[in-house]
Design a protein around this ligand. Structure first.
Ligand code: SAM
Ligand code: SF4
Length: 336
């Protein structure tokens, strides 16, 4: 195939001129929870041989760093259940060019892992917390214990994993009545609470479409109860959640409105699935298989060129407004 890239490839600038510097790496599709909006209760996970080995993860992340990736976020499934996750963090933190290393986690195991992860080079965590009610937490996650999440949050703070971001997926009938209480967390804590619009994937799409709560409604509810919120200056336009602050609050509020206000023009992301596919857009099925040619022994320079070519074709935006719903994977199989 003729390469589209000027030689040799360095930074990835896609066909729309977006510089791609951020890689989200899913280290497993498996999880210790079964959140209702993410996967079915009887979800089966991939066999181990289909997942990237530790070494393969390092090879691919190193290759991506050579292509200008500077920021890596580890995700899953639940990244903390991957064996040797601390060692994986330590090795990624040492890759030249990687300046920002973060993780998205449900925090169930963070009480034990926050400190070793921080010592290994993890800089920040985003923690998923949809409710303050232990019974509702068990219901949404189909098995979780909220006290473990709180212990994980405390451990993350004690380990210096800051700024701490809390991700709240708002689901009608489950936790939409709690958005004000969750927003109140920012009044006396320097946390960034971010409300995420529910997105549709494959077999779980119907649920997401009926239970989605638009950001505008969440904001109205918060402002009606707690007063106006003001934009925080100095926002990085590549961050999908523009931060706001309630009067006198220590922390900030953000809204990730993938459905009602897509941020595709500023998207700088690529995703690496746990089975070694480069996913070009969270909400489109197009992927480039890196793991198969790597296992087949393709020389790394050739592979790098092929990755560059694939990333160049990153689509402009998602097709949800036209009714195009990603079918090939559920959220735990992509990493969010
Ligand atoms: N297990 C980790 C966690 O829950 O934080 C990391 C993986 S999880 C797939 C990443 C993020 O995606 C979480 O914040 C989760 O709440 C969110 N998420 C899962 N399914 C979603 C959906 N259908 N729409 C929007 N966000 C979703
Ligand atoms: Fe697991 Fe995260 Fe999906 Fe919940 S959202 S089931 S914690 S991967």
């Amino acid at each position: 195939m003729t390469s589209l890239a000027p030689t040799p490839p360095r930074a990835i600038i896609d066909q729309f001129g977006r510089r791609l510097t951020y890689l989200r790496v899913s280290v497993t599709d498996a999880c210790n929870l079964r959140c209702v909006y993410c996967m079915p209760e009887d979800m089966t996970f991939r066999p181990r041989h289909e997942l990237m080995t530790d070494e393969e993860i390092m090879t691919i992340v190193r290759l991506m760093a050579e292509l200008g990736i500077t920021k890596v976020r580890l995700t899953g499934g639940e990244p903390t259940i991957r064996p040797r996750i601390v060692e994986i963090v330590r090795q990624i933190a040492r890759i030249p060019g990687i300046r920002d290393l973060a993780m998205t986690t449900n925090a169930i195991l963070l009480a034990q892992l926050a400190e070793p992860l921080a010592r290994a080079g993890l800089q920040r965590v985003n923690i998923s917390l949809d409710t303050l009610d232990p019974k509702k937490f068990r219901f949404i996650t189909r098995r979780g214990d909220l006290s473990q999440v709180w212990a994980g949050i405390e451990a993350a703070e004690a380990a210096g994993l800051k700024p701490l971001k809390l991700n709240v997926v708002v689901t009608r009938g489950f936790n939409d009545g709690e958005v004000v209480d969750l927003a109140k967390l920012t009044l006396d804590r320097d946390w960034d609470v971010r409300f995420i619009e529910l997105m549709p994937f494959g077999s779980e799409a119907e649920f997401a479409q009926t239970a989605v709560v638009r950001a505008a409604e969440i904001r109205e509810r918060i402002e009606a109860a707690l007063g106006p919120m003001h934009p925080v200056p100095g926002h990085d336009p590549r961050d999908p959640a523009r931060p706001y602050r309630l009067m006198g609050a220590r922390g900030t509020l953000g809204f990730i409105n993938s459905i009602s206000e897509p941020f595709c023009s500023a998207c700088n992301r690529l995703r690496l699935t746990a089975d070694g596919k480069l996913r070009l857009c969270l909400l489109r099925d197009g992927e480039f298989d890196i793991l198969t040619p790597l296992r087949a022994g393709m020389p790394l320079d050739e592979l790098k060129q092929a990755v560059w070519d694939a990333a160049y074709t990153k689509p402009w935006g998602h097709g949800l407004p036209e009714g195009i719903i990603p079918q090939s994977r559920l959220m735990n199989q992509i990493g969010g």
